[in-house]
Design a protein around this ligand. Structure first.
Ligand code: KIV
Ligand code: ZN
Length: 526
């Protein structure tokens, strides 16, 4: 699905569902996520490869960093519509347009809250003022761009008559997609469908626009609500990879796409998503956002295709479909390790293996990644494709541009009766720094030592560790969120030793701040 400024209406065919991915906008509003411009472009490029119709790239009026991210995506990504979100304020709409005007297929997405509680307590506006804002913003957006989406924030808690009036005004003034957000994840599937049915029946020329659904997961109903609305006639669904997003998150892209695919015989709805890119996209978003995927997460959790009980294992061995309703290969899981490297593997084999896994690292990063690989291979006999992905992604997401610290070594000591101590050595531009520190545990001591060696006042605020592969020699993949001068930055580190992985992750987070690749968090997002 493509639009251009001249396309008046994005008009999917009867069975095509437009997938609008808002990982980089609503998803990035999750606490602690702050992606750099490069990371945003990397995710957007992967989303285009995945085949989403629309990439909601950000909210340009929120900050210069957001503007830069959206503008960079608009200039780089081809094949998908690039959307920018804006409030109804004239300056917001103009700023959003400035950021996307060079996209192949730009979309302006303007929104205002419509529910009584939001009108009275948040906006301090009357219903008439909200209506007037809608008219003005949609009309302004339309002077810039043919493809205009309008959202009534908190639509599901809005008086139906007023919702109809607002949507009618948006359609009248040229909106081509009308979005009905369940902003606070309040609706039940039958209520959501009833609202959609009512507005589609009562808004004049409703059949000329695309009706869109945007659900939050506060009651765990985001996917169910979105699917119910698609069954009822909505033809755009707004989603985030791994279901990240405000509070309990947004509808998960992978759940909607695979539900539509699995139930195609009865629903008859299709997307243009290349499902084999789902696993890779999920991994990238998880790595860059620092949000690990829970093991039992539908479709892309580590356990989604593993069978523990003997009866299940027996069934799957006899016939996979006894316990699997999807084929793991359809979401891009190869079903086991295809690449195995060890300490005798050379640089060429390493580069080759990374390329097969979709990583092409620049020379400087490759040198560091290869050195890290050799260290890990010395400690662990073989490294599988999952280990290599973790290692390459750590390098890819380390913010390691010139002038940042490299990790050299760590030594830790301590036990039940002795205070944990850590000594680290790091280097930058040929200069080495060493520091010792104690802490509440080995990991705390290691992070304190890194902070001391860099001279940056950084504090660990969140920590998660996952094993990349099974077994006691598994590579540990640590995600951290680190606070530096009021800014929260996420990063990852991998090693066969979790204390070292933690120190590496902590150092990468500090590097992001030192190099200025981390964006400051804002508080004024929708
Ligand atoms: O949840 C919501 O209402 C939103 C809108 C801005 C679309 O994210
Ligand atoms: Zn939202």
């Amino acid at each position: 699905m493509k639009t251009s400024p001249d396309d008046a209406v994005v008009n999917p065919s009867a069975d095509h569902v437009v997938v609008l991915d808002t990982t980089l906008r609503d998803g990035e509003q999750s606490p602690g996520i702050a992606l750099s411009v490069n990371e945003k472009v990397e995710i957007a490029e992967q989303l285009a490869r995945l085949g989403v119709d629309v990439i909601e790239a950000g909210f340009p009026a929120a900050s210069q960093g957001d503007f830069d991210g959206v503008e960079a995506i608009a200039g780089t990504v081809h094949g998908s519509v690039v959307a920018a979100l804006c409030r109804t304020k004239p300056a917001d709409v103009e700023r959003a347009w400035d950021a996307i005007k060079h996209a192949d297929h730009p979309r302006l997405h303007t929104f205002i809250s419509t529910s009584p509680i939001h009108r009275e307590k948040k906006l301090r506006m009357t219903a008439d003022q909200v209506l007037a804002e809608t008219v003005r913003a949609v009309a302004q957006a339309k002077t810039y761009c043919g493809d205009v989406e309008f959202s009534a924030e908190d639509a599901t808690r809005t008086e139906l008559d007023f919702l109809v009036d607002v949507f009618a005004a948006a359609v009248e003034n040229g909106a081509t997609t009308i979005n009905v957000p369940d902003t606070v994840g309040f609706a039940m599937p039958q209520e959501y469908v009833a609202i959609l049915d009512a507005v589609r029946a009562r808004v004049p020329r409703a059949e000329e626009v695309v009706w869109s659904v945007h659900c939050h997961n506060d009651l765990g109903l985001a996917t169910a609500n979105s699917l119910a609305a698609l069954r009822a006639g909505a033809r755009q669904v707004e989603v985030c990879v791994n279901g990240i997003g405000e509070r309990a998150g947004n509808t998960a892209l992978e759940e909607i796409v695979m539900a539509l695919r699995t139930h195609h015989p009865t629903l008859g709805l299709t997307t243009q998503v290349d499902t084999r890119e789902i696993a890779r996209t999920s991994r990238l978003v998880s790595m860059l956002s620092g949000y690990a995927v829970q093991p039992n997460k539908a479709v892309i959790g580590a356990n989604a295709f593993s069978h523990e009980s003997g009866i299940h294992q027996h069934g799957v061995l006899m016939e996979r479909t006894t316990y699997e309703i999807m084929n793991p290969e359809d979401i891009g899981l190869t079903g086991g390790s295809t690449i195995v490297l060890g300490k005798h593997s050379g640089r060429h084999a390493f580069v080759d293996a990374l390329a097969q896994l979709g990583f092409v690292l620049p020379a400087e990063s490759l040198d560091r990644a290869f050195a890290h690989f050799k260290e890990m291979a010395d400690r662990k006999i073989t490294l599988t494709d999952s280990d290599l992905v973790a290692l390459a992604t750590e390098e890819d997401t380390s913010g390691a541009v010139g002038g940042v610290w490299s990790f050299n070594s760590i030594a830790v000591s301590g036990g039940t009766d002795t205070a944990p101590q850590a000594s680290v050595r790091i280097s930058r531009d040929g200069e080495t720094a060493e520091a010792d520190a104690s802490g509440d545990g080995m990991i705390d001591a290691a992070c304190n030592a890194v902070a001391k060696a860099t001279g940056v006042d950084a504090v660990l605020v969140a920590f998660q560790v996952a094993a990349v592969t099974p077994g006691s020699d598994a590579v540990g993949d640590v995600s951290v969120q680190v606070e530096v001068a009021g800014q929260t930055v996420s990063a990852r580190g991998v090693s066969t030793d979790v204390v070292e992985a933690s120190a590496r992750a902590f150092l990468h987070a500090v590097n992001k701040v030192v190099s200025g690749t981390a964006l400051p968090r804002r508080t004024d997002k929708p």
